[in-house]
Design a protein around this ligand. Structure first.
Ligand code: NAP
Length: 289
């Protein structure tokens, strides 16, 4: 029941129509017994500063930020948390003084999702596909969590080189190794954790994978696709066909939301509450198919 004490949280981005975030936060509000609602706000690039100022004036309790504003929003913030500043992108804003402080729960959410699947990063050999926004958070997470090496493969080699340079410099060790996607055969023999962070395979492009050669998939013991639409991507199918374990990105989405909700409310979300939310998200996605 919305009343005079209802806290309002929301999402700014462009577009925002297909977001699952309201399912996450409105379910968490109900399950934790909080008087809080979450709404998407479409915001054009040229109005990002106005939106932030207006949101604070309206006492909006918390905001998520999505594509294409994750970096553009930074100049309009009071402060930025250390890891988010390192990545150069924020997806969660928490009131601070007269403005907001920015966080990156894509990074922490992916970390929590990997933990929940029993996938470790410490001393792990990793192959990361992609060098866009999502892969960026994954690259920093791998380096910060102590992966021994990360083969960073991207269609555009220059973007992989730039991201690898930034991450190596930020963590002070040469763990990131950039390669063009087409040069994957240069990866040394071994068994790797592979994180798929390109857009290839995203619905409706469900019959494609960023690398089609089945020999690539023999290098992989676990394949983690950041895509969750469809729930089983071609990358996941190829990983499983070669004998590896495969996961989609729905838990990353869940836990980036859980972490944001915890930042806004100052209270931990229990695993049981998170799983209720996860079931709701899966149900929502099943309506897509
Ligand atoms: P982005 O910044 O636009 O980056 C797109 C990436 O895909 C780039 O590395 C790009 O390579 C690559 N790519 C695009 N088309 C390609 C093609 N035909 N062949 C090979 N590589 C291609 O996108 P993003 O925001 O990082 O999103 C990437 C994926 O992550 C999306 O599918 C999104 O759904 C998913 N995602 C999931 C979550 C989650 O919570 N689970 C969160 C964010 C994003 P170039 O640099 O060569 O263009």
């Amino acid at each position: 029941m919305i009343d005079g004490k209802t806290a309002v949280c929301g999402l700014i981005g462009d577009p925002v129509e297909h977001t699952l975030s309201p399912v996450i936060h409105n379910t968490l509000a109900r399950e934790t017994g909080r008087n809080l609602v979450y709404v998407p706000f479409p915001v054009k690039a040229e109005r990002v500063g106005d939106a932030i100022k207006g949101a604070r004036a309206l006492s909006i309790r918390g905001l998520n930020v999505t594509v294409p504003h994750k970096s553009a929003v930074i100049p309009f913030l009071n402060s930025v948390e250390k890891e988010a500043a390192m990545i150069g992108a924020v997806n969660t804003l928490v009131p601070e003084g007269e403005g907001y402080r920015g966080y990156n729960t894509d990074l922490t959410g992916l970390g929590r999702a990997l933990d929940s699947e029993g996938v470790k990063l410490k001393d792990e050999r990793v192959i990361l596909l992609g060098a866009g926004g999502a892969a960026r958070a994954a690259a920093f997470l791998c380096a910060l969590r102590g992966a021994s090496e990360v083969w960073l493969l991207n269609r555009t080699l220059q973007k992989a080189q730039e991201l690898a340079g930034e991450v190596n410099c930020a963590v002070g060790r040469e763990c990131m190794k950039p390669l063009a996607l087409s040069d994957w055969e240069r990866i040394p023999e071994g068994r790797y954790l592979a994180i798929q962070g390109t857009k290839v395979g995203l619905a409706p492009d469900t019959e494609n994978a960023p690398i089609e050669d089945e020999r690539f998939y023999r290098l992989i013991h676990t394949g983690y696709d950041l895509i969750y639409r469809p729930v089983c991507t071609k990358f996941m199918r190829l990983t499983e066909a070669a004998g590896g374990n495969a996961f989609n990105g729905l838990k990353m989405l869940l836990y980036q939301g859980v972490e944001a909700f915890e930042l806004w409310t100052g209270e931990p979300v229990s695993e049981e509450q998170a799983m209720i939310c996860y079931e709701r998200m899966k149900k929502e996605l099943s309506g897509d198919e």
